[in-house]
Design a protein around this ligand. Structure first.
Ligand SMILES: [Zn+2]
Length: 315
């Protein structure tokens, strides 16, 4: 069983050993989730899925949980702008104690990367990078068939690779991070930097369309010069970041996921042109760029995979 704690909802999935989705459930997660509320939500979702599957509540093995934040190798949440009340909490240990079962906690993008490796866009692949495009820019790296976490558990964070020296301020407080140029947050900042007339025109249109600003810019890039320029800048920045990742790690496969993946994938030829301009040893023909397939359940599916793999020490 796997769960994914997001900003708006917490999702849970029951998955077969081969990775097939058997059942799912979700609850609104609200804003500032503390440990007591997290335990309650997880217990409710897990109990519900177990009883609908005809299992005795509490009988399942390990649980996996994806969270939007950086964790150390002990499972302590080090940094998560959306979860201040859980900062510094050793989530795996505290949840395991409260729920009386093993719990594995992992960064949500890492979970999504694991999910794509089983019945997803990277099924059977040993080396790939998943980039999630949404409010921020997350990434999960699988090398040699294993999730790469780094020696302290904090990798991989391609969103905070610096692509513009001294550039735009990132949410992490550094300057010039890829996330500050490619994400919904980056789009808001870019529009904010425009002159007042252009800014209010783009904001008004996004408001009328009732969708995020990045979505709106991509959809209107065909007929709006300013939208086209900003989208072009985002595509160029993403291409530069991905080319750097490929040059550093000799990656044959990049998967784009997250809520903004569809609009970026619609421009995949332009993204590949930008990647190609920055490639060193590997040619663009030796690099595949594909869309993630697990969609909004990717984090929970990957967390379930993590829980299923825990007993045999893989993942
Ligand atoms: Zn950053």
């Amino acid at each position: 069983m796997g769960l994914d704690l997001g900003g708006q909802t917490i999702k849970a999935v029951l998955v077969s050993p081969s990775g097939a989705l058997l059942d799912q459930a979700s609850l609104p997660s609200g804003g500032d989730t503390d440990l007591r509320r997290l335990v309650d939500m997880v217990a409710t979702l897990v109990g519900g899925l177990e009883s609908s599957a005809g299992e005795t509540p509490g009988s399942s093995a390990a649980l996996g949980l994806g969270v939007p934040g950086v964790l150390d190798s002990a499972g302590r949440l080090l940094g998560s702008p959306n979860l201040p009340a859980l900062q510094g909490v050793v989530l795996a240990e505290r949840l395991a104690a409260a729920l009386a079962r093993p719990v594995l906690v992992e960064n949500d993008a890492n979970c999504a990367a694991l999910a794509e490796g089983l019945g997803g866009a990277a099924d059977g692949e040993l080396d790939y990078l998943l980039v999630t495009l949404g409010t921020g820019l997350g990434s999960g790296l699988v090398l040699g068939g294993k999730l790469y976490r780094g020696p302290s558990g904090r990798g991989c964070e391609l969103g905070h690779a610096v692509i513009v020296q001294g550039g735009r301020r990132c949410g992490c407080s550094a300057r010039g991070c890829l996330e500050a140029y490619v994400s919904e947050t980056a789009t808001v900042a870019m529009v904010d930097e425009l002159d007042a007339a252009q800014r209010s025109r783009l904001l008004a249109r996004a408001g009328q369309e009732d969708r995020g600003l990045a979505h709106s810019l991509f959809e209107n890039a065909g007929g709006d010069e300013v939208a086209a320029r900003l989208v072009g800048q985002m595509i160029a920045a993403l291409g530069a970041g991905l080319a750097s990742a490929v040059n550093s790690m000799d990656l044959p496969l990049i998967i784009l996921g997250g809520g903004l993946a569809p609009v970026f994938m619609a421009r995949v030829d332009d993204i590949r042109r930008e990647i190609a301009a920055g490639l060193f040893a590997r040619g663009i023909d030796e690099l595949r760029t594909v869309a993630a397939v697990h969609g909004r359940l990717a984090g929970a599916m990957g967390a379930a995979r993590l829980a299923g793999l825990a007993g045999v020490g893989v993942g």
